[in-house]
Design a protein around this ligand. Structure first.
Ligand code: ADA
Length: 559
């Protein structure tokens, strides 16, 4: 099964898992209820009988294998317990991050693999709570099973930077030795056809993971720009006695993001953000969007003239990030959390679940050149001392994992006057809703915001409007300028985007939102059709009037 848009291994073997699994819903005692056959990856809501099913279910499959195996789940929504032959081998929380299970010394033969999944808002869940998007259920992103030997490459992280016009990269790789003896290896990393770097004669100690790091110059590297998003395959091979025993192929690009006063610089050039917020949600597919539909989203976003996507409000399927890399679309990748109040942030699991999500997001996505900012905690409590301590801790963790990218969070209009966290970020970002939740003219809203930001630790930093928008129900047309008509949305978004893009003190706009999305049951109020209807396109990607107007504005705006 493909987890990325290019081949990731030539040496390491994949054990085929066909996509149809046995599936049972479970009651609260975990007794098997109804039986189905379920596709993986997919949301269980794709089955007409389970469109609104919240609760537990179990996927099972018999697989023939043996030896050492790495089982990789790109996303299970949202709590997963994994069993091999009825013995629990892993637990993972959060729909939106990858995790893997190492199965060692398994006798060759047929084994029963079971994945218990829960998408209810159970009491252990701090981040998946009833919200203005839907927490779907199931194994919603690809799963792969990989055969490994005694040694394998865990990751290779590549951070490019420029000095005196030359490209360098710091490379951090980790290799594991599962055997009981030290092994003398070489890790050879080929970047494109020309550049080869090696960690030669390294000793991997028994039963441990060894970290290898160094900085290399890449004299013939071609810069990755938004106009010419040049990608290189980074092919890492682990050599033992001159034989390749494992490999890992990723893709990288040479580009640099810096903040200079109020400007966001991409390779030293100021960039103005013209973006959209996107939920992973698509009519029949829920959050398990097939790559063909992701491709379609990218094409629609490109023809809109946008240069940025914010993965509101969680890390995305990596194949979507691959498409952004290929198309030179900047990504604000966001860790999972939306609109949590202080009580929710004091949940016993909030800190750990947030830290795990950040760690898994960064460790798995760090090489994507399109990601230009890491975001956290959308519209949470950034206006209390306790809230500030949470933001500070999370930013500290991000910087310890990747200090090469700016950080931000989307604050909200209600915190204009009280936000306490603007000194903690590299880019100040606010979600504002003039002409939708209130009738203040957009220009007045922007000046209120700027006055406040200039009086805080956010002064002198880039200021981005991370959300702005208005609702419209696809096909509801009327010239009376009433809310929910396509005409009203078009009118509001014209004022929003022109006011922001013509304001030289702002770094750009990310429209709320790209497409309509399903919301949780409790959110029906103000959400006709149980959807957040502020999409430029609807849940089937049918373009609303506003799409065409924004397209005109984005295309006519030249930096
Ligand atoms: C917030 C939030 C979004 C969405 C939006 C809206 O700013 O960040 O997730 O709920 O408002 O539509 O009201």
């Amino acid at each position: 099964m493909k987890t990325r848009l290019f081949q990731n291994h030539v040496v390491r073997n994949e054990i085929p898992l066909d996509p149809v699994w046995d599936f049972h819903t479970l009651n609260s005692e975990e007794e098997r209820q109804e039986e189905f056959r379920m596709l993986v990856p997919a949301c269980w809501e794709s089955n007409p009988k389970l469109v609104s099913y919240k609760g537990k279910a179990v996927y099972s499959k018999k697989v023939t294998f043996g030896g050492n195996v790495r089982l990789v789940f790109k996303g299970v929504s949202h709590t997963a317990n994994i069993y091999l032959n009825k013995k629990q081998v892993a637990y993972h929380y959060n729909a939106y991050t990858e995790f893997s299970v190492l199965l060692e010394n398994i006798p060759y033969g047929e084994h029963l693999l079971e994945v218990k999944v829960d998408n209810s808002f159970h009491e252990e869940s701090a981040l998946h709570v009833s919200n203005d998007y839907y927490s779907y259920g199931g194994i919603t992103r690809p799963v792969v099973m990989e055969e490994i030997g005694d040694m394998f490459i865990k990751y290779v992280h590549f951070i490019p930077f420029q000095e005196n016009g030359k490209w360098y990269a710091s490379i951090r790789a980790s290799a594991s030795n599962l055997s009981n003896e030290p092994k003398n290896v070489t890790l050879q990393i080929k970047v494109g056809d020309e550049e080869v770097v090696s960690f030669t004669d390294k000793v991997l100690q028994p039963n441990t993971e060894t970290l290898l790091e160094d900085t290399y110059e890449f004299p013939s590297a071609i810069t990755y720009t938004l106009e010419n998003p040049k990608l290189y395959l980074m092919d890492a091979k682990l050599l033992y006695n001159d034989k390749a025993v494992d490999d890992l192929i990723d893709r990288v690009g040479f580009r640099e993001i810096k903040i200079d006063g109020k400007d966001i610089l991409f390779n030293g050039k100021k960039v103005i953000i013209k973006g959209v917020n996107r939920h992973e949600d698509y009519a029949e597919f829920g959050c398990a969007i097939p790559v063909e539909a992701m491709y379609r989203d990218i094409e629609i976003i490109k023809s809109l003239g946008a240069n940025c996507v914010r993965t509101s409000h969680y890390p995305n399927d990596e194949r979507f990030l691959d498409l952004c890399d290929e198309n030179g679309i900047l990504v604000w990748e966001e860790s999972h959390a939306r609109g949590l109040n202080e009580k929710q942030m004091r949940h016993k699991n909030f800190e750990k679940q947030s830290a795990d999500c950040i760690q898994e997001m960064i460790e798995n996505h760090i090489n994507h050149p399109s990601i230009f900012v890491w975001g956290i905690l959308n519209e949470c409590v950034s206006n209390t001392e306790f809230g500030r301590s949470c933001y500070a801790k999370q930013f500290e963790l991000i910087k310890s994992l990747d200090s090469s990218r700016p950080v931000s969070f989307a604050s909200l209009e209600a915190h204009i006057g009280s936000d306490l966290c603007l000194d903690l970020v590299d880019i100040v970002s606010f979600n504002i809703y003039p002409r939708w939740y209130h009738d203040t003219p957009v220009k007045d809203s922007l000046s209120n915001l700027k006055n406040f930001v200039n009086s805080t630790g956010g002064a002198g930093k880039p200021l981005l409007i991370s959300e702005i928008g208005a609702g419209a129900i696809y096909g509801y047309r009327n010239n009376n300028q009433e809310k929910w008509t396509e005409e009203y949305q078009q009118h509001a978004l014209t004022e929003h985007t022109t006011s922001i893009l013509s304001d030289e003190e702002l770094s750009g706009v990310i429209i709320w939102q790209y497409s309509d999305c399903r919301v949780d049951k409790g959110w029906f109020h103000g959400r006709p059709k149980s959807q957040n209807n502020k999409g430029l396109v609807d849940i089937y990607r049918r373009e609303k009037l506003a799409y065409h107007k924004v397209k005109e504005i984005f295309h006519s705006f030249q930096e």
